[in-house]
Each structure stands twice: as structure tokens, then as C-alpha cells.
Design a protein around this ligand. Structure first.
Ligand SMILES: Cc1cc2nc3c(=O)[nH]c(=O)nc-3n(C[C@H](O)[C@H](O)[C@H](O)COP(=O)(O)O)c2cc1C
Length: 393
């Protein structure tokens, strides 16, 4: 701290270190650790190593945890990339594990929200905490099979066909209530808000995307009709946690089933998607992109988070390649990524212009617990190595 005073902060990064307040949420800076699945919670229970991992990163304004399975038997399993040993947000042992994580993060001065997760169509049958439970899918389908997917052909072959039946109305309600219960337990455990995984081809996104939702009942239809599930889910979570805690909702155009998928081709369509979800009670939209500096629609430099803020009037959060030269999909293919401080300056410029309110940083912070300090103090940033991600602490 004294060091920061002796060396005035580089003004190019200063916007990242301004405080943020929304309802009772108070963040010391605008940097958010993006949710990243790790698989370090055997039987779904986060232990002392998980508490250490997050508390070491407590100087980021907000930590959003890895995806945490909600209270529904088909929420978790193998999902092509991740899922084994993913934590739960239900059951005595897991909730008590989370209390210890929260205490450790708070003691280190941090703020933390869990990302509530249901894998939906991505869950592999016969795996996870309830292997005998059938997976649930809005329309029975995994998605179109002729696209560039982010998961392996082996996994797709194992998973795509089953179950080929659509969810019943009561199954839809069960998933929604599973999210609501887990949100309540999370707040009772002491989390500082709730993040909902509505992106990347998992359950909530399965309802939003035409590639996985061909329903013609109240849970499907056009862009707006396909938001009914997300809106009902957010309302149910809000009902359980009350008016104050912040709800952060992640959405994306891309899906693991199709890297080039789009939920919305125009701002108008995006408004139809996000409007009902905003009205249901979301406070922050987390627009997940692979590269934050990619304009979302022709004719404007705004990115996905920029449009979410403009169209809904809610706060928003960007993400995608901050501090690194290649995005999450590209670095997987090449084994890593160089550090890139220049794009941290660019994201800070956009933040200062008010395009969005918060800046998500994924791999860079996963790889380096001191990333936020390095940015603040002007220290060299580390390159990212894909191979080390599963042993990081
Ligand atoms: C190992 C790994 C696990 C991830 N797990 C999740 C997850 O559980 N939930 C989620 O919404 N995004 C997940 N993501 C995506 C990140 O939150 C983030 O959006 C992405 O890595 C882009 O940010 P970055 O370029 O700063 O890494 C994951 C990414 C990585 C690399």
C-alpha cells in the first residue's frame, strides 16, 4: 500500500482501481475474477485448498467462483471439458465448506459470489454425483452436430444422442427451484451476491438458444419466448434472496456446441433476449466474449457488455483475453498465451468511457494470484501456460 503511494498509479490503469457500489455490494476495484471450473472439490465439498486458492486472489474487486452445481440431480457430471469434482451448493458438508471459503476471502478483504451452474445438455449420462439420473434437455437435443465445437468429437459421440426427449413442464420447474434453493443457501452461508451461469451451452443457455430449444410451448418460440426460462429462474432466485443481494447473469453468443453461434444478430434481438431477464431482477449482465475488444454488431465499437448496458440500463461486466494475447479457445489450441499489458490499457479506457462497469479476468488471474497487484504496481505480467492450469493453487 505504501508503495502505491510512493509511485503514483499509471493513469492508464487508474479506472480499473476506482471503487464500485451497487445495492449493498461494495467493491474496492473493477477487476473481477471470472468463473473458472477447477475440479478440486471431491464429493462436491470445497476444502481448505479451495479457501486458500480464492483468498490468495482476494485483492481482485470481486471473485466469482467456479461453476457450482445447484440442487438438482442432473446438474453436474462429465461435461466434455469439466465437471468432475465440481463443487455443490447443497448438502451440509458442501455448505460448511463454502462458509470456510467465504470467511477466508472476507478475512483477506475480498468479496465473493458463487456461480450457480446446471450443465443441461452438456452433462454426460452415467456420470456425476447421481449417475443414474437422466440428463435433462429443453428439446431433447444436444445441439447441431455440424458446427465447430469446443469439446472433443469423442465426447460428442458419447453424449449427443441421449436423452432424446424434451423436459416436461414439471422437470422445468424442478430445475428452476433447484437454482432458487441453492441461491438461498448460498446467501445464508455468507456469499456477497449470486452469479448465474446463463452462457456457453449449459442449461440456462440451452433455453435461450434456438439450437437447443425448439419448443413451441411457454418455454420456447422466438427470441423473447426462449427467455421465459431464464426470466422465471431469475424471479425465483430473487424471491428467495430478497431485493438487496446483487444478481450477476452471465450470457454469451458462443456455445461449446458452436463457437460461432449467435443468440442475437442485431441489437434489437439482443434487447428482446435481455429485456425480460433484466426485468426479472438481474443487476449486472456479464457478457461473455472470447475477445473483449471485438465489436458485437456492425456499425458500433460496443462489445457485448457494452450493448447489454446500453439496452437494459443495468450494470455490465466484460471479459475475454484481458492481459493475454490470445483468447480462451485459441490458447487451448496453442498451449498458452503471451502476456499483453497494452490490452489492459484499452479495456481500462473503455471502462472509463462508461461502456461497462466491471472487467472480468479469467486465465491471467487463475495462473497468477498476484495479477491485480502486478497491474497496480506496474510489474511485468506472466505468460499463461495451459498445461499448468490443473495444478495451480
Ligand atoms: C479452465 C477454465 C474454466 C472455465 N470455467 C468456467 C465456468 O465454470 N463458468 C463460466 O462461466 N466460464 C468458465 N470459463 C470461462 C472464463 O470465465 C472466461 O470467460 C474465459 O476464460 C475468458 O476470459 P480470459 O480470456 O480472461 O481467460 C472457464 C475458462 C477456463 C480457462
Amino acid at each position: 500500500m505504501t508503495q502505491a503511494k510512493e509511485h503514483p498509479m499509471d493513469e492508464r490503469i487508474a479506472p480499473l482501481f476506482s471503487p464500485f457500489a451497487l445495492h449493498s455490494l461494495r467493491l474496492a476495484n473493477r477487476i473481477v475474477m471470472a468463473p473458472m471450473t477447477r475440479g478440486f472439490s471431491p464429493q462436491g465439498v470445497p476444502g481448505a485448498d479451495v479457501a486458500d486458492y480464492y483468498s490468495r486472489r482476494a485483492d481482485t474487486g470481486l471473485i466469482i467462483t467456479e461453476g457450482v452445481g445447484v440442487d438438482h440431480p442432473a446438474a453436474l457430471g462429465g461435461s466434455g471439458v469439466d465437471g468432475d469434482n465440481a463443487p455443490h451448493m447443497y448438502g451440509k458438508a458442501a455448505l460448511s465448506g463454502w462458509r470456510a471459503v467465504i470467511d477466508a476471502v472476507h478475512a483477506a478483504g475480498g468479496v465473493i459470489m458463487p456461480q450457480l451452474w446446471h450443465q443441461g445438455v452438456m452433462r454426460e449420462m452415467g456420470t456425476g454425483p447421481h449417475p443414474d439420473t437422466e440428463s435433462v434437455r429443453p428439446s431433447g437435443v444436444w445441439g447441431p452436430l455440424d458446427r465447430t465445437a469446443m469439446v472433443s468429437p469423442d465426447y460428442i459421440e458419447r453424449v449427443a444422442a441421449k436423452p432424446g426427449r424434451a423436459m416436461t413442464d414439471s422437470e422445468v420447474g424442478d430445475v428452476i427451484e433447484g437454482f432458487a434453493r441453492s441461491a438461498r443457501w448460498a446467501m445464508e452461508a455468507g456469499f456477497d451476491g449470486i452469479a448465474i451461469h446463463g452462457a456457453h451451452g449449459y442449461m440456462v443457455d440451452n433455453f435461450l438458444w434456438e439450437g437447443t430449444n425448439g419448443r413451441t410451448d411457454r418455454w420456447g418460440g422466438d427470441h423473447k419466448g426462449r427467455t421465459a426460462f431464464a426470466a422465471a429462474l431469475v424471479r425465483a432466485v430473487r424471491r428467495e434472496i430478497g431485493p438487496d443481494p446483487v444478481i450477476n447473469f452471465r450470457f454469451s453468443q458462443w456455445k461449446q456446441q458452436d463457437v460461432r453461434a449467435r443468440l442475437a444478430d442485431t441489437p434489437r434481438q439482443l434487447e428482446e433476449v435481455l429485456g425480460p431477464i433484466a426485468d426479472a431482477g438481474v443487476d449486472i449482465f456479464d457478457g461473455s466474449q472470447r475477445y473483449f475488444d471485438k465489436p458485437e454488431f456492425e456499425g458500433s465499437p460496443l462489445n457485448l457488455a457494452g450493448w447489454a448496458k446500453k439496452l437494459t440500463g443495468k450494470a455490465s461486466q466484460t471479459v475475454g483475453g484481458v492481459g493475454l494475447s490470445s483468447g480462451v479457445y485459441d490458447s487451448k489450441k496453442t498451449g498458452g498465451s503471451d502476456a499483453a499489458r497494452d490490452n489492459v490499457h484499452r479495456v481500462a479506457e473503455r471502462l472509463a468511457r462508461g461502456e461497462f462497469d466491471l472487467v472480468g479476468v479469467g486465465r491471467a488471474i487463475m495462473h497468477d494470484p498476484h495479477w491485480t497487484r502486478r497491474i497496480r504496481e506496474g510489474e511485468d505480467l506472466l505468460p499463461f501456460d495451459e498445461n499448468s492450469r490443473l495444478v495451480l493453487t
